[in-house]
Design a protein around this ligand. Structure first.
Ligand SMILES: [Zn+2]
Length: 262
């Protein structure tokens, strides 16, 4: 039994890093308006097609010592990091939710958060495709939960979660623009909250905004101080919202207990 479980976890980790490899393609291509399925991977520098044996998650990076086989251009450390992170999160999702339909929905959420965080860090945008697809999948998940529990509550909570999350953040963005005259929040963040709220419900949406803002503010100020950047330096908010939303997915029950007591 022990060995069976270990093999299962290893298999899920391998599944995770393979999905992570695909997320790298999404992270590279989606903000550049390229198709994520075609053509096959090429080196961004020399355009040589990457052979399958050079495209094995994490292992190929180590074997190639982080360089393209043909032109020796450096491959960013970001690639194995995304793969490893996705593998770890796949295992975490399995340990928390088991391996059934819930796993698919929650792993989809986690993968979206990883992809949009890395895109937002680099390009300061969150693609609509990720936000709208996520909102849609989140609502479908709520319908599945409603059918299972024979109650409309999950759907109502999901819809309200989207509206409260996006509405609240839109309000903040509006006030920020009105009183400071700068766009402190992008519409991408607002749409992201619709996505997260569809998964977490209204309480999770508010937790995501407050906790994401708190961590973002602390790390943001620390970053500006350490790097001596201008105070108007634009720090992407997406990764902090993604982190907070993911924490809520995993520890939401715990947060609710602390907040509401009992
Ligand atoms: Zn190359």
């Amino acid at each position: 039994m022990e060995i069976y479980e270990t093999v299962k976890i290893l298999a899920i980790f391998i599944l995770g890093i393979s999905v992570g490899s695909f997320l790298n393609v999404v992270i590279y291509r989606m903000p550049r308006d390229m198709s994520v399925v075609y053509p096959p991977s090429t080196c961004p520098n020399c355009k040589n097609r990457i052979k399958w044996y050079d495209n094995i998650p994490i292992i190929s990076y180590l074997l190639l010592k982080g360089k393209c086989r043909f032109c020796e251009t450096k491959i960013g450390l970001k690639y194995p990091i995304v793969e490893f992170l996705t593998g770890v999160m796949a295992v975490a999702t399995y340990l928390k939710f088991g391996f059934d339909l819930e796993f698919l929905f929650y792993f989809y959420f986690v993968c979206s958060m990883i992809a949009l965080s890395f895109i937002d860090l680099e390009f300061k945008i969150i693609p609509d495709q990720i936000n709208f697809a996520g909102l849609f999948v989140g609502l479908i998940f709520a319908v599945v939960k409603a059918i299972k529990s024979t109650s409309f509550e999950p759907v109502i909570d999901s819809v309200i979660g989207s509206l409260v999350g996006a509405g609240f953040l839109f309000g903040v963005a509006y006030l920020y623009l009105k009183y400071r005259g700068i766009e402190g929040l992008g519409m991408g963040d607002v749409k992201l909250l619709a996505f997260i709220g569809a998964y977490t419900g209204w309480f999770g949406a508010l937790f995501t905004i407050f906790f994401g803002s708190l961590v973002g503010a602390i790390l943001g100020v620390a970053f500006i101080k350490l790097s001596k950047k201008d105070f108007h330096y634009e720090i992407p908010f997406g990764p902090f919202l993604a982190l907070a939303g993911t924490l809520y997915i995993f520890f939401g029950e715990f947060v609710k207990q602390i907040y509401f007591g009992g």
